[in-house]
Ligand binder design. Structure first.
Ligand SMILES: *Cc1c(COP(=O)(O)O)cnc(C)c1O
Length: 413
């Protein structure tokens, strides 16, 4: 952490222009993911859902740690294949085109997640044309109640997966079709679940369901994909998902279900990359309007849309920059409530609202934390045509701030 501060201080000394950047602590990223992968029980695999952040250096860093990548478009398949010719790819998402399925087969994906009966027929037809047999998982939208989470993709009406009521028909069709081989089931149902105990119970329910289908239809399958959906607590940073509890709960669940040769796949996005990312933006102006304090930063929700998308105040801290070279007064607030807004011409461009700070001055830098997932990746970068932020992938944070520059992995969008 300190080193992120030092890095920013140094970058500011090197170049006095108003600061705005995403910074990624690559060592924290690899340490975090390595620990998660190595503590998984036997027969479990961790894939990374790249839509959370598909920046090349992130994919490169994770490619040697995770078992593979989960993708949701041909563009994402190409990004993965650009860094590895053979890393396993799981291809999901509603509304795949014929061209995407064609190229996915050519790019040697490991599994296609089939989202409807029509897609099942289409995938088989395309695979047959190419003389291939495509390994698939059927994505199921379950009817059983799910734990509370920020977003729910299943357990309620959504565009995702095959309704559990139709799963018998889908299984029979998948078994009968010549172009596909049914390898199992995909059950990604929610996002941002913070409760480790409930997450293990969710996997338990999945195991129960899959066991029932295997027995009822006399299937031999290889995978149960339990999806992603492990959350990040953006409101209380010291109360994150309890991974150790999750693993403790998961072990007996897997032992008692005797799933035999079935591997459990997790395909996490947010939980793997959120914590390594920072979005840092310089304070350009401070003013009062209708009795409220506004802090305007260089940047905004066109770079980092998550807080406006979720309607939350994103956690931040202030990095104090002591330099002030102007011949006029520097505006500052102490012990005040502030609203942090960006450069866009819309009142929705707010990243944090009515938050108390000890001190903030024009020229200080606001450092938002947990921005490594669904940050830059989901934002409308070119709205208003402001310049893009810098992207720094910081290698080894042991070194001094001066030395850090050398560790930078150059990255041009
Ligand atoms: C987005 C997505 C994920 C990753 O979700 P997180 O909440 O970021 O872990 C996994 N699987 C599928 C099918 C997805 O659409």
């Amino acid at each position: 952490m300190t080193s992120i501060h030092e890095y920013i201080q140094q970058a500011k000394l090197d170049d006095d222009k108003a600061f705005c950047a995403f910074l990624y602590d690559m060592r924290a990223l690899t340490r975090h993911v390595q620990h998660r992968v190595s503590s998984l029980p036997e027969k479990c695999r961790m894939f990374y859902a790249i839509k959370a952040n598909s920046d090349t250096p992130i994919l490169q860093a994770l490619s040697s740690i995770v078992h593979g990548f989960e993708v949701a478009s041909i563009g994402e398949i190409r990004k993965v294949r650009a860094i590895s010719a053979d890393i396993p790819i799981l291809f999901g998402g509603p509304g795949k085109t014929d061209e995407e399925i064609h190229e996915a087969i050519e790019q040697k994906i490991s599994l296609l997640h089939v989202e409807s009966l029509h897609e099942l027929r289409r995938a088989s037809y395309i695979a047959k044309q190419k003389g291939a047999i495509l390994p698939i998982l059927l994505r199921v939208n379950l009817h059983s109640p799910l734990p509370e989470a920020t977003l729910a993709m299943g357990g309620r009406p959504t565009q995702f997966g095959i309704d559990e009521r139709n799963i018998g028909e889908a299984i029979k069709l998948a078994v009968a079709l010549e172009g596909v081989r049914l390898e199992g089931f995909h059950l990604h149902s929610l996002s941002n679940n913070l409760d480790a105990f409930q997450h293990a119970q969710l996997v338990k329910n999945y195991c129960q369901k899959v066991k029932e289908w295997v027995e009822e239809f006399n299937l031999t399958i290889s995978y149960l994909n339990a999806g992603g959906g492990i959350g990040v607590n953006y409101q209380q940073l010291d109360q994150q998902f309890n991974w150790e509890l999750f693993i403790d709960q998961l072990k007996p669940v897997l032992a008692s279900h005797q799933l035999g040769d079935i591997d459990i796949i997790f395909e996490c996005g947010r939980y793997l990359t959120a914590g390594c990312g920072y979005y840092a933006a310089e304070v350009l102006d401070i003013k009062q309007n209708h009795g409220k304090n506004y802090v305007i930063i260089k940047g905004g929700t066109h770079h980092f849309r998550l807080p406006v998308s979720w309607q939350h105040s994103h956690p931040f801290e202030i990095i104090h920059m002591d330099q002030w070279n102007n011949p006029f007064a520097r505006i500052e607030l102490t012990d005040s409530e502030i609203t942090i807004a960006g450069q866009l011409c819309t009142p929705k461009d707010v990243l944090a609202k009515d938050c108390r700070v000890a001190r903030v001055r024009i020229g200080d830098i606001v450092l938002f934390r947990y921005t490594g997932a669904y940050g830059w990746a989901i934002s409308h970068h070119d709205f208003l045509s402001h310049p893009h932020p810098d992207h720094f992938y910081i290698g080894t944070l042991d070194e001094t701030a001066a030395g850090l520059k050398k560790e930078l992995i150059a990255f041009n969008e």
